[in-house]
Design a protein around this ligand. Structure first.
Ligand code: GRF
Length: 192
């Protein structure tokens, strides 16, 4: 195992609320944090989450999304400019092209609101309830060219209760996301 050498420069991609970003920023400011968040990008200029980056004086950009190619090319340039080592997707609702993944060539992590490999894609809580699953949860995983299919780094599960609905489940799973995204990043970086 290689020893961890210095803080990693991290970029975070978001699309909306940014609560996961908020927890990543909080961790990045903590003593002995392994990351420095150097850049936040949104595919939506009105994403509320950009406010968290603003408050912490982190360079952030909300692009008006025209198409994937234009957006991704702008992002690739910025990721290079800011010497980003790791990209974290946090509620980022666009699927990155294989061209982007190849060109970036650094690790990309994502937080997903299900116990992968179950329920890739959208509406994870609805599908878990419909299938009468006993457990729900969240996963931190690496991003590869197949949607929500990269190596799983960390998962946490919770029991689904009889009284749960999509809203209550979403709330509980989001809490888990906030806990395990940071833990997953640490686990990944310390095992590089
Ligand atoms: C989270 O549940 C994330 O896993 C999903 O979208 C939600 C985004 O939440 N992909 P936030 O923007 O981090 O608050």
């Amino acid at each position: 195992m290689e020893k961890f050498l210095g803080k990693k420069n991290v970029a975070v991609f978001i699309s909306g609320r940014g609560s996961n970003l908020k927890f990543l920023i909080k961790y990045s400011k903590s003593k002995n944090s392994l990351i420095n968040i150097a850049l936040v990008i949104s595919n939506n200029p009105n994403a509320k989450g950009l406010e968290y980056a603003n408050k912490s004086k982190i360079k952030n950009i909300g692009y008006k999304y025209i198409n994937k190619k234009i957006f991704e090319n702008k992002c690739l340039k910025l990721l290079k400019k800011y010497k980003i080592d790791v990209l974290c997707l946090a509620g980022f609702m666009k699927i990155l092209s294989s061209n982007f993944i190849k060109n970036f060539s650094k690790p990309i992590l994502n937080i997903h609101p299900s116990l992968l490999p179950k329920y890739k894609g959208l509406n994870t809580h609805y599908r878990a309830l419909k299938n009468k699953d006993k457990f729900a949860g969240a996963s931190v995983h690496l991003v590869n060219e197949k949607l929500d299919s990269g190596r799983i780094i960390l998962q946490k599960k919770i029991r689904i209760l009889k009284k749960d609905n999509t809203k209550s489940l979403e709330k509980k799973v989001l809490k888990i996301e906030h806990q395990i995204y940071v833990k997953g990043i640490i686990k990944y970086l310390t095992n590089l």
